[in-house]
Design a protein around this ligand. Structure first.
Ligand code: DSN
Length: 435
């Protein structure tokens, strides 16, 4: 960051503070991760300078020539940009076995918007997972475009098992006959049966969209069933378990390719972020390496170990545990006493542990207060932590829970957290350069 340091000390200081925070604290936000230096390099490259509205030229295998009619760019000078985008597309296709991929969505929300518009019209009915049961704002919240434009009918988890009950979901689908069924989650710790969702969708003649943002890395490694053969369209972000740059992506059958591409550009976006698409290509290259599977496997082993250790520490986990990279701790109702999700998030922050408050199914608190916290293992696994560290982390979280209002004690816990993090260095060269 030498140039920023010389030119803009205020910005430099803020960025250095963030680098230090990421390296010194325990990152347990389930949707965050630490990208490689290659991904960072691509994201910070001169590709940010290039306008490239449109799509890369497609080679005709038959003639070995560019098919200029199929797609094109609205600007000159895109010949190398095309190579970059094609690399990202081809790698993503290979990872997920998808027929068609669009790597241009700036975010998961943009990907979802283009996916819905490709399949249904405003006013149509979407059956989707309720936000307070683990869904996402773009799955139908009234404050998002999704709830504003579509008629949303929510499904939730079963009260007893705190997991999907596919018979209940089918019943709702038969009753409301949605044009589209949407699954995928931001806070659902269990495996999702995409084949079952396909069956329900077929029965009611609905399209099926799967937002696999959280589990994309697990799917890429073959450690969670893939939605690709079942869904009409799959959307994802690239920065969660997939460990790429912040951004979105759409995978679909060839039948939807034209509509998806049209709804991304010009339907909902302008120029693609080519530096981010290059960073996606770099991350996908990493996802194709054998070590990536080992990493994802460890993410799951760590999540299971952390869930067990939290249970042993007396915490109550939604659905009792986890099948994936995340878990939801139910801290109890207001009447039961103890901290809310909001309070616990603040106390954890004071102890150097970063997590987020989250509603639990059938929560009686408002979403901004919430009764739970969501914890995930992708980022700490990237730093090299394994099962023994999960036991230590669960004990630290218990200490925070027992001392959530005691700032001196939280400061002591913070120094223990920072000692643990020091054993697993992160971005050490970046820190050294900025000493
Ligand atoms: N904000 C993301 C998450 O934390 O799950 C979802 O987009």
């Amino acid at each position: 960051m030498n140039h920023i340091k010389r030119q803009d000390p205020d910005l430099y200081q803020a960025m250095l503070n963030e680098l230090t925070r990421q390296t010194a604290n325990l990152e347990l936000i389930a949707s965050e991760n630490f990208v490689s230096k290659a991904v960072l390099e691509a994201a910070g490259s001169v590709l940010t300078n290039k306008y490239a509205e449109g799509y890369p030229y497609r080679w005709s295998k038959k003639t070995d020539q560019i098919n200029y009619n199929l797609y094109g760019r609205y600007y000159g000078g895109c010949e190398f940009i095309d190579d970059v985008e094609e690399l990202a597309i081809e790698r993503a296709k290979k990872i997920f076995g998808a027929e068609h991929v669009n790597v241009q969505p700036h975010s998961g929300s943009q990907a979802n918007m283009a996916a819905y518009f490709s399949l249904i019209k405003p006013g149509d009915t979407i059956l989707s997972l309720e936000l307070s049961h683990g869904g996402h704002l773009t799955h139908g919240h009234p404050l998002s475009f999704s709830g504003y434009l579509f008629n949303i009918v929510p499904y939730g988890v079963n009260k007893d098992i705190e997991q999907f009950d596919y018979d209940e979901i089918r019943k709702i689908a038969l009753d409301v006959k949605p044009q589209m069924i949407l699954t995928g989650a931001s806070a659902y710790p269990r495996a999702i049966d995409f084949a079952r969702f396909r069956k329900i969708a077929d029965e009611v003649k609905a399209k099926l969209v799967v937002d696999m943002a959280h589990i994309a890395g697990l799917v890429a490694a073959g450690l969670h069933d893939t939605p690709v053969p079942y869904a009409d369209i799959v959307t994802t972000t690239t920065h969660k378990t997939l460990r790429g740059p912040r951004g979105g992506m759409i995978l679909c059958k060839n039948d939807y390719a034209k509509d998806v591409d049209r709804w991304v550009f010009p339907g909902t976006q302008g120029g693609p972020l080519m530096h981010i698409i290059a960073a996606k290509a770099a991350a996908f290259n990493e996802a194709l390496q054998p070590e990536f599977k080992d990493y994802q496997n460890q993410v799951i082993l760590n999540a299971k170990a952390l869930a067990k250790a939290l249970n042993d520490q007396g915490f109550n986990l939604v659905s009792g545990g986890t099948d994936n990279h995340l878990m939801l701790v139910n801290l109890g109702t207001e009447e039961e006493g103890g901290p809310s999700g909001k309070k616990m998030e603040e106390s954890l922050d004071l102890a150097g542990i970063t997590a987020n408050k989250n509603t639990v199914p059938f929560d009686t608190r408002k979403p901004f207060v919430a009764s739970g916290i969501r914890l995930g293992t992708p980022a700490i696994t990237t730093r090299g932590m394994k099962e023994p560290e999960m036991i230590k982390i669960a004990a630290l979280i218990r200490e925070v829970r027992d001392n959530y209002d005691n700032e001196d004690k939280l400061a002591q816990i913070k120094s223990m957290v920072q000692n643990l993090c020091k054993e697993f260095p992160l971005y050490a060269d970046l820190l050294a350069e900025n000493k």
